[in-house]
Design a protein around this ligand. Structure first.
Ligand SMILES: [Zn+2]
Ligand SMILES: [Zn+2]
Length: 423
């Protein structure tokens, strides 16, 4: 909007407006202009500043003399103070690495009431709230000084300026990194596992560590990332999870690691992956890249087929021929799995239908056997083999009529068809 269109738009209106209210309640040019901010345009985001609007109105009509901002009945000097508020915000944000930000603000309730009174007495529906002007103008100043982009949708930092207490508080967005992890040591859970007795506080049972398991894939990866990012805490979002005693091989399992309140966001991911590869902590990460919360949602809801190798000992008499027959009958088969005995305490007890895609005997030597299995997401593989006392039907052990003691289970590959990096 230009001065001319503003002028043309407001001229017919000015005669109808009673400015007497401003005789006893003198406002600054900016507050006067802001009362007419929405005139002739959809929003006040573009075009004339409210200061320029106020000055123009004064030229066109004999309104009571506007005052200096510091004496303004409405803002009491705040509209003159935007550069100082911007500096306060910048100083506070400087402790963090960020590319995008959003300014928010808090105002005295009395000021907001005064503004609403001004609208009802003078300008009606054309007024813009001081909060909107403040956030926009301070945001522009921060952008001008820092080159960082104001952003409404998921900024790195939301900076809330309290104009009453002259304080600045920050909300720091999490840092998200995608990757795929492999696990080459058994006995490591995917995520942190606090001690059940003390809930993480530390007790005799956990040797004052607060943990049931001393490490996890989450901690191994997050701690390496936080050497560079800093931050307060972490979370780990895996595309499913393997058993604690299962290895994760192949290209690895997709994950997003989330770092809370990171000091830095631009990280040397190659160095992080290299350090993990050269460590012997039990897990490693590859294909790391920046990610976001949307990908967490995708990863958590992905239903990918998985390939496994599972080995065990057949405990009883069986013929190789019968075993081959049983295995052949399970390919492409939909099985019923009651919640396994081993997880019953933490999962709802119900029957799940899962599809076995392919299954074959990988190795058979005496009573030792290994199977290669591809199955739908959520299939309990150990139970498919040993039957879980009839809770999984059919199972290899159940059909064979003997018990099978499962020894080792490894995940060979996660077939994540939605991964942009997938083959
Ligand atoms: Zn004012
Ligand atoms: Zn404990």
């Amino acid at each position: 909007m230009t001065l001319k269109t503003f002028h043309d738009g407001i001229e017919p209106l000015l005669d109808q407006i009673d400015f007497d209210f401003l005789k006893d309640n003198r406002v600054c040019f900016t507050c006067l202009g802001r009362a007419f901010a929405k005139l002739g345009q959809d929003g006040a985001e573009e075009g004339l500043s409210n200061l320029a609007r106020g000055q123009e109105i004064k030229k066109m009509k004999d309104v009571p003399d506007p005052t200096e901002p510091e004496n303004c009945w409405l803002c009491e000097g705040i509209t003159d103070d935007y550069p100082r508020f911007a500096s306060m915000a910048i100083e506070k944000m400087n402790e963090w690495e960020y590319d995008t930000f959003l300014i928010g603000s808090k105002f005295d309730a009395e000021l907001v009431e005064k503004e609403e009174l001004l609208w009802s007495e003078v300008s009606g529906e054309f007024g813009e709230p001081i909060k909107a002007e403040f956030n926009r103008e301070v945001g522009k100043l921060v952008y001008a000084k820092t080159g960082k982009e104001p952003e409404f949708n998921k900024p790195h930092i939301v900076t809330v300026i309290d104009t009453m207490y002259e304080s600045v508080s920050l909300q720091i967005a999490s840092l998200y990194l995608y990757g795929r992890y492999t696990k080459y040591t058994r006995g490591i859970p995917q995520t942190r596992w606090p001690c059940r007795h003390c809930m993480g506080k530390g007790c005799e049972k956990c040797n004052n560590t607060g943990k049931l398991y001393q490490t996890s894939v989450e901690e191994i990866i997050a701690q390496e990332v936080m050497k560079y990012s800093g931050g307060k805490d972490h979370r780990f979002h895996g595309m499913g999870r393997e058993d604690i005693d299962a290895l994760m091989k192949g290209r690895g399992r997709p994950f997003v690691v989330e770092i809370k309140e990171p000091k830095k966001r631009d990280l040397p991911l190659d160095k992080i992956m290299e350090a993990l590869e050269n460590s012997d902590l039990g897990a490693s990460a590859t294909e790391m890249r920046p990610s976001n919360n949307d990908e967490v949602v995708r990863i958590k809801s992905a239903r990918s087929d998985k390939q496994y190798v599972i080995s065990g000992i057949i405990q009883g008499d069986f013929s190789e021929e019968k075993l081959k027959e049983v295995v052949a009958s399970l390919g492409e088969k939909t099985i019923d799995q009651k919640t396994p005995t081993r997880v019953k305490h933490r999962r709802a007890d119900k029957i799940r239908k899962r599809k076995v895609k392919t299954i074959s005997i990988l190795e058979l030597s005496g009573d030792r056997v290994a199977f290669a299995i591809t199955a739908e997401a959520g299939t309990y593989i150990k139970e498919l083999v040993h039957g879980d006392d009839g809770r999984t039907i059919p199972s290899i052990a159940g059909e064979l009529g003997v018990e099978i003691k499962v020894e080792e289970l490894d995940v060979l590959e996660i077939l994540d068809s939605h991964d942009p990096g997938a083959d």
